[in-house]
Design a protein around this ligand. Sequence first.
Ligand code: GLC
Length: 485
Amino acid sequence: MYFMRVLHISAECYPAAKSGGLGDVAGALPKYLTSAGWESAVVIPKYGLPWTTKHRFKLLHVGAYFLNDQYHPYTIEEPLQTDLDFSLYMVNLPGLFDRPGIYGDAEKGWYTDNTERFISFQIAILDWVKNMDLKPEILHCHDYHAGLVPFLIKFSKIFEVLKKIPTVFTIHNAEYAGSFPWLKKDLLPEFPVEVNGLLDWSDQINPLASAVKNAWAITTVSPGYLLELQQFSSGLEWLFSNEKRKCRGILNGIDHDVWDPKTDTYLNAHLPDKVAYELKDIEDFKLNQKKQLVSQLGLNQNIPWITFIGRLVREKGADILPDLINTVLESGTGIGFIILGSGEHYLHDLLRSMSYKYSGKLHVRIGYDEALAHQLYAASDFILMPSWVEPCGLNQLYALRYGTIPIVRAIGGLKDSIVPWKEKNGNGILFEAFSVVDAKNAIDEAFELFNDRKKFEEVRKFIFGIDFSWQKSASEYVKLYDELN
Ligand code: GLC
């Protein structure tokens, strides 16, 4: 017998499967909801990722759903001996997810059958839930991979028993909608033709738009992003304005157990365990981290280091990095840059080539390295987020937790969490336009701040005390669940 009040349906969940912030949220929010009384479980696909291959699994349910004259077998399995604080389940769909990547892999690239994969994932989950004696009180779907669930339980006959379960849909990233042509309609179980319009957007089946139309409630991962979607969302603006009454923005939090400068196992030295910190505790911690990092990477200890961590794609503003770094470094300012991430191949080549040109001032690591990321948050002076869009952004919150000052573009969740350091409760540096000029001005401001040691240390001390943990945000989800129930 399962006991869960909320089932989170997601493509990612840290630490089992993470490609970005969605994984972090799905791996943290459930724990905080559970301690707030809303017992939460998460279900993701069973991928062929290292985490999966390292764990043993308990078989919980064997099922098959019937579609297009065919039975599609699946199993629900639970990983054993994890130290997770919530229940994690995985749907095993042979042939679809037992691969080394989440959405694609280095060898095959982006998987061309992602539509089929994530539709099967959703149908299998609903078939499983249908068979539960005690059903969840809420189905909480994350991003387009789970976006068809609200429509399916409303309109497909085979899931009629689930019709009354309220659905919440959280948008972590509306850049991906998962659209596919109507020709593939038979991948879905039957539904009345009159409701085609509740699946459709621009003559395609659009899982994201369908979720916005059919879920009982919609949340975005920051209030600012919700407003932006009404003005700019690749053709969905009208939809977001039309459905705004059931939408709300809830800023993400971070997991203070995973991100803790007092205990972080990726760090070699820690902040002492104290109730109140002196300036000196903080300075010692930061200096220690910086010393280790600069010796590990062969960098100069006396200049400020600005770090970019994340996907090297336009969305994150990575395409202005080469020009920006060139402009800053050519201007002779004594600043260094560290880049950790992967994405567009032309950026890998360009940035790597620049790192030879600016050796000692630009360090580039292409790839994903959780340990190095933690060390960079702890050791850097500033973190740079020149995002084109940023639904919430977690990196600025990790940075604050480790005393690293964010330099961010004033957009989405960045604007909602970062306040100019010169203002009351200031914690960072903001710039408006998506341009090298504006970003460069912000970096100049950072350089000045760095050189005003007294001010710099004060800001640093202040940001160490800010609380962006999940507690507050989880309580807003609890409020929403209570309203729907
Ligand atoms: C996506 C968004 C990011 C957000 C994260 C978690 O990755 O791009 O802004 O923080 O989801 O919600």
